[in-house]
Design a protein around this ligand. Structure first.
Ligand SMILES: C[S@@+](CC[C@H](N)C(=O)[O-])C[C@H]1O[C@@H](n2cnc3c(N)ncnc32)[C@H](O)[C@@H]1O
Length: 184
């Protein structure tokens, strides 16, 4: 009997692993095409630490993360700055995974969408977080600066916009630029 239970458990585990792997792989390939090869890489803790140490943000304002991945940066902003947030991403795996976790943890300040961030109304947000490649930032630069609120603040991790100059730059202890703040 015990042998049977172990076998059932192992087969169920194997099935879930294979299913998850293929779902991750296929959704990764689809989203890579749709996002023009911007990879799903969560903001590293050391980047978020620099934001926490240097950037002043007002509580209860609204933030959006353009390409939220698994929502790591947004949970950081919620915890450290009490911001209310929306997230958008084209990666099915990350969205499905975090929808599940949000429902388990009953996260209230979350609006989660499997959508292209070009479809959102940027005027709703006081803060815009981006952790995207330079080429992607260059391609969305005009859209962001034309559509954001006049007093909105953009927080970019590591990568720069092509035409606009940051109003503040924060570096790590090795002198590498980590956080860039942009205003209109
Ligand atoms: C480097 S990850 C950053 C993840 C998250 N912002 C963070 O800092 O933890 C970039 C994410 O942007 C998403 N992405 C790229 N272009 C997008 C688009 N047009 N609409 C929605 N998501 C997009 C990708 O799927 C990827 O998950």
């Amino acid at each position: 009997m015990l042998k049977l239970v172990i076998w059932v458990f192992l087969l169920a585990f194997l099935f879930i692993m294979i299913w998850t792997y293929w779902f991750y792989l296929i959704s990764g390939i689809i989203s890579a095409f749709r996002t023009k090869w911007v990879p799903y890489v969560p903001s590293p803790n050391c980047y978020l630490k620099i934001i926490k140490q240097n950037v002043k943000l007002d509580k209860w304002k609204k933030i959006v993360d353009l390409g939220c991945g698994d929502g790591k940066a947004l949970r950081f902003f919620e915890k450290e700055f009490w911001l209310i947030w929306d997230w958008y991403d084209l990666n099915h795996f990350s969205i499905l995974f975090w929808k599940l976790l949000n429902s388990l943890f009953k996260s209230k300040n979350v609006n989660l969408s499997l959508d292209n961030f070009f479809n959102i109304d940027l005027k709703k947000y006081d803060y815009i977080y981006v952790y995207l490649l330079s080429e992607t930032l260059a391609s969305i630069e005009d859209w962001i600066f034309e559509n954001m609120k006049d007093d909105a603040v953009i927080i970019s991790s590591v990568f720069k916009f092509a035409k606009h100059e940051p109003s503040e730059i924060y570096k790590d202890h090795k002198g590498k630029t980590i956080t860039l703040i942009y205003k209109k």
